[in-house]
Design a protein around this ligand. Sequence first.
Ligand code: FDA
Length: 412
Amino acid sequence: MKHASKPFPQSGRRSFDVIVIGAGAAGMMCAATAGLRGRSVLLVDHATRLAEKIRISGGGRCNFTNRRVSADNYLSRNPHFSRSALSRYGARDFIELVEHHGIAYHERDWGQLFCDDSAQDIIDMLRARCDDGGVEWAMPATVEGVARSGDEAERFVVATTQGSFSAHSLVIASGGLAIPKIGATPFGYRVAEQFGLPVVAPRPALVPLTLPPETLALLAPLAGISLEVGAQCRGPVFREAALVTHRGLSGPSILQVSSYWQQQAYDAGDWAPVSLDLLPGVDAEDWLLAHAQDKTLLANLLAERLPRRFAHAWCELHDWQRPLNQYRHAELRTIAAALSGWQLTPSGTQGYAKAEVTLGGVDTRALSSKTLEAREVPGLYFIGEVVDVTGHLGGYNFQWAWSSGVACGLAA
Ligand code: FDA
């Protein structure tokens, strides 16, 4: 006889104050915070290894925060949403925690802070704090279902492959969709939809861009060449390195701008071009006009400031292959404008397999910015990357995980 499945058995069900699903950056921070306040906490994760994203982050050294964090470093339908959590638990608080645990760290460009030794130090610190808070674990455990119980004391029931559990508060910290091969799933969005919360369509962000065939034909042979650019897509200018790849462009400036390119595309329904200033800090027009009488090829002059092979490919792409003295001043002005704002229309991105984060997520309109609790579903919380708050490159995504984790852990 076939047995009916019983995803939510009544008997043998263990009860907690708080169940957190997702033992990544935000989930562990939240669980520890709630546990240290005396709440009984169960942390559930389907992975076999703890916090893989922290482990691989920052090239293995985890860029765990940034000295200069503000709401301006985040993309969201509501650009002010992150303010409350960031002001209650900011970069200074996390740095103090890191120092308290004796983790050596160093600062790189733009205020980015990295572990000296290994990202594992951050995982061990969070794990130790969970232990101090008496957090219990169900890991690896697949979540088979989540439901409301109808009981005010134990409002939620979670059925897993390690048994069935109930709790007064349920926290979803299952992250976004980047790098599915290490366990990213759309679980959090599905739970939001199950409880009637809107979700801003997720998109890969901080992701390399691909280029159309005609541009790629000239650039792909230069894969590996990097140059400093000022990249922009109707958002801030990111003055950092761009890297030519076999499929298009990558490097910090391109990853940064990819988030804006995506958002514009989503909001406006069109693919806005990416503008690259190839000579940041240089007045290209003055420079070219000062060389207007030179008999040297334009590409050779550009090679004084750009990688030589890139300069030649760029001139070939635009069919600007004559000596400088054969261009009229008006043409040199056009070339200067292209150097200061090369308009590129990417053909796409390299997708979630290469993305660092997910743009979009649980719509902030449905959440309290103070506690991350769903406005219409008391006791249900969403934190970390599953929420429609996406940081710039540079430690901002982890800071959002810590800040939203603490805000929720103090309330759940
Ligand atoms: P996170 O992804 O950390 O955790 C989610 C957890 O939920 C995982 O443990 C997962 O197994 C679990 N889970 C998912 N689905 C589940 C399900 N159905 N059932 C049970 N469990 C489930 N940011 C930064 O600030 N500095 C940096 O240096 C980097 N570097 C970096 C490198 C790379 C390669 C990537 C991919 C990303 C980064 N990031 C980063 C981004 C950063 O890693 C990310 O924003 C945070 O880890 C998000 O934290 P969360 O806790 O929200 O999700």
